[in-house]
Design a protein around this ligand. Structure first.
Ligand SMILES: N[C@@H](CCC(=O)N[C@@H](CS)C(=O)NCC(=O)O)C(=O)O
Length: 199
């Protein structure tokens, strides 16, 4: 398999973490690209030109982080990132994490292409409010500490909270939510999180 990724992409980080937690890295060649550069190889596999893009050994291009994770779960069921008995809780938490990532990415793109408002404009405020509400929700019903494996909720929330701190530092969530901050600090110690941390 070949994985097109960018080290700063939270979506690509989800897939890289899934591969590492499932011990599949030996089966994947990573190809670092900047998706905004119009890399022709990436475009040949993914017309939308986004990362992550996983090309299987049968030359099938898989896109969209959670669809790629679903493919990996089906092809390589063990260890499971979404064990059946815990699936509802894991998917519910992962959904909040994807919302955090999408909201933060939209904030970054809006600011890059249309400029940051000072004070923040209505779209920025809507996304910032959603990020803050999601963090309050997580503090009230936090993810479980990771066991032998970081399940999909741990992967997505670990990526999401780290990405919010990296790209939307004004949210300053760690002081008011120490339980969640401690959870992230523990997760950040895992080799998979350290290897995939953006420089
Ligand atoms: N929904 C997609 C989002 C992928 C995505 O937006 N990737 C960004 C990097 S963070 C990208 O490649 N952006 C380039 C572009 O939008 O043209 C997923 O879950 O994989």
């Amino acid at each position: 398999m070949n994985l097109f990724f960018s080290p700063t992409s939270p979506y690509a980080r989800i897939v890289r973490l899934a591969l590492m937690e499932k011990d599949l890295t030996a089966q994947v060649n990573e190809r670092q690209v900047n998706p905004w550069d119009g890399d022709p190889d990436l475009g040949a596999h993914n017309p939308i030109m986004r990362v992550p893009t996983l090309v299987t050994d049968d030359d099938l291009a898989l896109t969209e982080s959670l669809l790629i994770v679903q493919y990996l779960e089906r092809q390589f069921p063990e260890p499971a990132l979404i064990p059946g008995n815990a699936a509802p809780r894991i998917l519910s938490l992962a959904g909040i994490g994807m919302g955090l990532i999408d909201s933060t990415v939209q904030l970054v793109l809006a600011r890059r292409f249309f400029g940051a408002g000072d004070p923040p404009g209505p779209f920025e405020n809507r996304r910032l409010d959603g990020i803050r509400r999601a963090i309050v929700r997580l503090e009230g019903a936090p993810p479980e500490p990771a066991g032998d494996i970081l399940d999909l909720s741990g992967i997505v929330l670990g990526v999401a909270l780290a990405y919010v701190s990296f790209r939307a530092p004004e949210v300053e969530w760690t002081t008011d939510h120490p339980g969640l901050a401690n959870w992230l600090a523990d997760v950040n110690l895992r080799p998979s999180m350290r290897i995939t941390a953006p420089a």
